[in-house]
Design a protein around this ligand. Structure first.
Ligand SMILES: [Zn+2]
Ligand SMILES: [Zn+2]
Length: 243
């Protein structure tokens, strides 16, 4: 069982996340990205560190940027993205000025060597950091993968695992890559195998009932097995850029 209060909290977060009907690491990691986005619109406009980090990443990746839009807060988004737009405009103009100030022969040479000139032109418009919401998500997934491994032998947690949808394939890879020993690996594989075998059975039953000869039979818990199979292989729908 967990020892310190923070371990205690994390343990229960992981255990309880197994009961939410999707991969617990997807669930906890997406929550971390959501929290980042909420903080971003709430106080980033006045927080210099967050602004610098946001600027270095050129804002958010495509899925997180549109998730931000879906959450509203048009005024904060206008301020944040105006700042990014001005950064991009300055970089574009500075790059052009630097080229124009170069010697005629130097510029001619760079123009002739298009293979090196093209990447250089793009470089000044490239971010130096990755999407901060992706980072918040991935850091949370990595942290909770460690908590899961630390408590895999706990009876409550393994029961919660066994009766859940288990880990998605990308997060199973993440956790398997961190197993400290053969015992932990064996335990993890046994739990996940039970979960996937159960899902396979539900899919078989659903596919059988798609057949017109059996289509009159009532559909039970297997009704959404096809969606759970997609989540099991590709991670949760709102996960964003995959691992
Ligand atoms: Zn997952
Ligand atoms: Zn992102």
């Amino acid at each position: 069982m967990p020892d310190t209060p923070s371990q205690h909290t994390s343990y229960f977060e992981v255990r309880d996340a197994f009961g939410r009907g999707s991969c617990p690491l997807c669930n906890l990691a997406v929550t971390a990205a959501d929290r980042y986005l909420k903080r971003l619109v709430a106080d980033s406009v006045t927080d210099p560190d967050t602004r610098l980090d946001f600027a270095a990443a050129h804002g958010l990746c495509n899925p997180h940027a549109w998730q931000l839009v879906d959450g509203g807060s048009a005024s904060s988004i206008a301020i944040l993205y105006r700042s990014l737009l001005n950064d991009a405009l300055r970089a574009l103009e500075a790059g052009e000025a630097a080229r124009n100030e170069g010697s005629g022969l130097g510029w001619l040479w760079r123009g002739l060597t298009a293979q090196t000139a093209a990447p250089a032109a793009a470089r000044e418009l490239s971010p130096s950091r990755t999407c901060p919401a992706c980072r918040a998500r991935d850091e949370r997934a990595a942290m909770m993968a460690g908590v899961l491994l630390d408590h895999l032998a706990d009876a409550d947690l393994s029961d919660a695992y066994r009766t859940s949808d288990g880990l998605c394939l990308p997060h199973l890879r993440l956790v398997l890559g961190r197993t400290p020993n053969a015992d932990a690996r064996t335990r993890l594989v046994a739990l996940q195998r039970d979960v996937w075998r159960r899902l396979d059975g539900e899919l078989a039953e659903l596919i059988r009932k798609f057949d017109y000869r059996f289509a009159h039979e009532p559909v039970g818990t297997e009704a959404d097995a096809w969606l759970r199979a997609v989540a099991a292989l590709a991670a949760a729908r709102d996960y964003g850029v995959p691992l």
